[in-house]
Design a protein around this ligand. Sequence first.
Ligand code: HEM
Length: 510
Amino acid sequence: MTNELIILGLALLTILLYKWSQRIRKHPLPPGPTAYPIVGCLPQMVRNKPVFRWMYNYMQTFKTEIACFRLGSVHVITVTSPQLARQFLKENDAVFSSRPETMSSRLTSNGYLTAVLTPAGDQWQKMKRIVVSEVLKNDVYQSLHAKRCEEADHLIRYVYNRCQQNGILSVRETAQLYCGGLIRKLVFGERFFGCGMEDGGQGVEEEKHMDALWTILLHTYGFAISDYVPFLEVFDLDGHNKIVTNALACMKKYQDPRIDKRVEMWRNGTRDKEDDILDILINLKDSNKDPLLSAQEIKAQVNEILLAAIDNPASAVEWALAEMMIEPSLLDLASKELDEVVGRERLVQESDLPQLNFIKACVKEAFRLHPVAPFNLPHVSTVDSVVSGYHIPKGSHVLLSRPGLGRNPKTWDDPLKFKPQRHTGQVLLHDPQLRILSFSTGLRGCPAIKLGSTMVTMLLARLVQGFSWTASSHTSLAHLVQSGSHMLLAQPLIAHVTPRLDSQLYQQIS
Ligand code: HEM
């Protein structure tokens, strides 16, 4: 009787599964370019660089907000509308909560040991929990306040020194000095890996470290051929493997000896007080009081924390200042807000940031109009599903277009205009409704909204409060355009700066 019941149950299950798969197959794939057998659209992908522009152009030509590009055997689903984006990341969050396995993400996460790049599973859950509840928890955020203040002051010191020289400044380098210095300080307790420059600028070690970080950022999920046909990885047809391997070696050259040394200090008792994120990661214990993380896990997670902290804030502030220099009335409005909220007798502090709604609106507008990357990090579907009437096969890579969402004409009036005034009231930089993709949302959403928002708002607020900005003779504002190959300004923004506040204020922090 029991056996008969089991057989009956299995038969019913089979019928149900069959009906369900029939229902799914009834739905078409999203529209997309013709795919050849086996290779799919890979030949078009290889011919059309940068790949993201080819994808955008296809979607624009065929007036579709969702498309499917079959690359090898992988269905890459691109989305440009907030309404569709919500269907993926809110309504079907759990289904789309994995990440792809690719060459660059595997190398950077040291075989998927980390929180950002690791596909869904136990290791991702372990590391995400650690990042959320140990690294980013409120107590730690408070305890790192003094370090954040030191870097905000160092920013002013550096720009002021440049004013004393010729007043010509690369905003890109300055933003990287702040973001790189801050995250190195939070993780390793030190701003510079070397001695830095006499004027407070980055030394050769930081420049190399930062170049390596950007190289990895630009190549992670960078449409390498082997991401879609893994057995071709050994041939490294597009050279991505070599580029990423070299950049990682450079990062590790500076980071790993510091991590090894710190582990040893805790082991031999020459360090006994936690002072930064590295100490926290080293001291985590499992239920047997053994170290929770291996040295390999710590090194890989440190890589990711550094990568996560640099690109979004640095690029947003460079773009925001460029737009504000093109339209100086915006700079006036921002300075006026700082004068009203903070005054001119002291420098802006973190406690002021909630009230700086115009400054935050400028940052938010930069996130909306000039996101640092063409797509959000990919989400991978863990089962076959149907979204908006389309069949989305298991294993599809879902790419939300960041400018597609932020510039969507159905959501935003005059979408191509930099208009911070459109963000009113208490401005928050994240948008769970995905009308802007800043921190994203859901299971794979960014857990560092507070830290990220503080970093980027403080950077812009200090630059605008402390200094007056005009285009230098090196920069024609008419030529402030996006690069053809990525989303940054084609040329670094070079500006002329002069101090805005009483000289005593700058001297106090020198
Ligand atoms: C302004 C600064 C930042 C912005 C705009 C930002 C934005 C993002 C975005 C768009 C994602 C991908 C979300 C998705 O896949 O849907 C992400 C993921 C993530 N971010 Fe951030 N981020 C920032 C700073 C940071 C910082 C400083 C950390 C440091 C700890 C961090 C940690 C993470 C982690 C751990 C994830 C992966 C979550 C997961 O895959 O489960 N982010 N971030």
